[in-house]
Ligand binder design. Structure first.
Ligand code: EPU
Length: 339
């Protein structure tokens, strides 16, 4: 039986490094342990928070309730055919470890998402993505513990209703499931995706003309390390905001005023705008207020240099949203969950 402790600091359980406490804290290494805790009469009324890598969360206050750190591990190949292998892993595995495991087996599909902070279980929640590839491109299925019924439900790709940094687990099914296992269909003869300009440039710099899966992963790691702060050194949560998707008509008006705006066609008469560019051009990049601010290399990333409160960082995000609305008439949405 797992031990549940009281008044525990969550500082080491969120990549922003915010020091808040939670009333009750425990961990689980398999579904049975999870079930035992959350069906225990002592805890059944408690508000439940499942912690993975804590890389997409901003704590703004001390929490009442029960936080459980997911430590379900183990990776296995569960299916194989001529072209692919389905690799399934426990949801508590560090995402990058899962990526490296796949690369070591020479399986392709997720190498462009190397070094994204967080856990395997959180990856489908918000359909993480980087450098032209998203989870939904190779996701096969996940298993999740249904809190109300105590059953394990399996969701295939369509059932997850993936969108840009979205899934059913952030919408309709929010708070109803604990993801326990995640499986990806990875390819044996892999078609690399190096179309993202910076990857091509990095491979050129490294003098690689016929890249392997590992080379692409290494290139992505180099790019991320040069642009994005390492959460171990500087508290952060990756992109704090989503790239807004707006109607072409609104976009044309903005482009007339800001011809250098960075945008990508998003289909259905819409454009996706680089929020980093908007925030940067509005003068926020590198802005530091005491011990927190906007990162100097990537304006989409808010940072805690140490000792800041989540509510201060939240306030800064409000000011940025307000400013982007005033300057461009665009509503920014947060990617990070606020608690
Ligand atoms: N830009 C600026 N100034 C900045 C930041 C960006 O001008 O301060 C410009 C860049 O020059 C570039 C464009 O904006 O032209 C886009 O920047 P970048 O390639 O860095 O990507 P992004 O759109 O800002 C997204 C993801 C990242 C992912 C990268 C690479 C979102 C919210 N963010 O960022 O994901 O790593 O693409 O694919 O979609 C995350 O979600 O936590 C994350 C880091």
């Amino acid at each position: 039986m797992s031990i549940i402790r009281q008044n525990i600091s969550l500082k080491n359980y969120n990549t922003f490094g915010i020091d808040v406490s939670v009333k009750l804290f425990g961990q689980f290494t398999n579904v049975e342990e999870l079930q035992n805790i959350i069906t225990d009469q002592k805890y059944i009324q408690e508000k439940l928070l499942i912690l993975g890598g804590g890389s997409n969360i901003l704590f703004t206050k001390n929490l009442d309730g029960l936080a459980l750190h997911n430590q379900i591990t183990g990776i296995e190949a569960v299916e194989e055919d001529d072209n692919s292998v389905v690799l399934a892993g426990g949801s508590g595995i560090v995402w990058h470890d899962f990526v490296l495991h796949a690369i070591n087996l020479n399986l392709g599909g997720i190498e462009n998402m190397s070094l994204i902070p967080g856990s395997l279980g959180a990856s489908p929640m918000q359909n993480i993505g980087a450098y032209g590839v998203e989870v939904k491109n190779s996701f096969e299925w996940l298993e999740a513990y249904h809190i109300e019924s105590g059953e394990i439900h399996r969701f295939n790709n369509a059932a997850c209703e993936f969108g840009y940094r979205e899934s059913i687990f952030k919408r309709k099914n929010k708070g109803q499931y604990v993801i326990t296992k995640v499986a990806f269909r990875l390819t044996k003869q892999h078609q690399l995706n190096t179309s993202y300009g910076v990857i091509e440039q990095e491979l050129e710099t490294l003098n690689i003309t016929e890249p392997t899966i590992k080379d692409v992963s290494n290139a992505v790691i180099k790019i991320r390390e040069s642009k994005l702060p390492d959460p171990i050194k500087i508290g952060n949560s990756g992109s704090f905001f989503k790239n807004p998707v707006i109607d072409n008509a609104l976009f044309e008006g903005i482009k007339a005023k800001f011809p250098k705006i960075v945008s990508y066609p998003a289909g259905n008469g819409k454009m996706k705008i680089a929020a980093g560019w908007l925030i940067d051009q509005a003068g926020w990049k590198g802005k530091t207020i005491g011990s927190y601010g906007v990162h100097k290399n990537q304006a989409l990333v808010l940072v805690n240099y140490g000792g800041s409160s989540g509510s201060d960082i939240y306030k800064l995000s409000e000011e940025i949203i307000q400013s982007i609305k005033e300057v461009y008439g665009i509503n920014l949405e947060r990617e990070v969950n606020i608690l």
